[in-house]
Design a protein around this ligand. Sequence first.
Ligand code: IPE
Ligand code: MG
Length: 242
Amino acid sequence: MDGNGRWAQQRGLERVDGHAEGARAVRDAVETAARIGVGYLTLYAFSNANWARPRAEVEALMRLLVDFARRERSELRAQGIRVNVIGQLEELPTSTRHAVEELIAYTADGDRMTLSLALSYGGRADIVEAARALAVRARAGLVLPEEIDESSLHREMSTGSLPDVDLLIRTGGETRLSDFLLFEAAYAELVFLPLMWPDFRPATLLEAITAYGRKERRFGKTSAQVQLAEGRSFDPVDTGLS
Ligand code: IPE
Ligand code: MG
């Protein structure tokens, strides 16, 4: 969700105003995703590198999170949305952490969509934490190093209960991942949009998902293999391979 600061600056407002407007865009995006049947939505709300921002901006973001948690909780529960956190929740100020924990508990029964908030999150840090956890288990004799595979590593990560990323959308015009879901997005379709996050609308999400639906995801296989596995006969003329 990149571009809150620039959105505000372009209008002669404070960066913090951009974050407040960004929170409104979050509400619409979440509601739309749940309505159209997205099972898992993960929002990069605050990275472990964002701690380096000016203190006043970090504090404003932490306050906005508390506001969001309190303001949205009934609506999230009513829509069957379960809130989850990836990243290092324990790094957040106590009041923010409590508000988020309360939101998690309050929405725990939601079974329509899992909304994961990435807070003090870093993709590399998450992989390192998981590697360390496996090393501890190995030292205790609970796992053999040769048994470690992609799924056992993933289970130790904070995304351990989430599926791989299908579609990753970044607003704000930059074409980089900035340490988001590095392991989980191995086969994700990547969409980079020039618009600033506060300008993200339900229609933007619907367009991205429609475009995603037209992609053929091959996971390293050939187009012919994918089509055969899907029960469609492979037409070489169709694919331009003849
Ligand atoms: C939001 O956008 C990302 C958050 C950390 C909440 P930015 O604050 O990075 O906005 P720009 O990139 O400065 O415009
Ligand atoms: Mg930015």
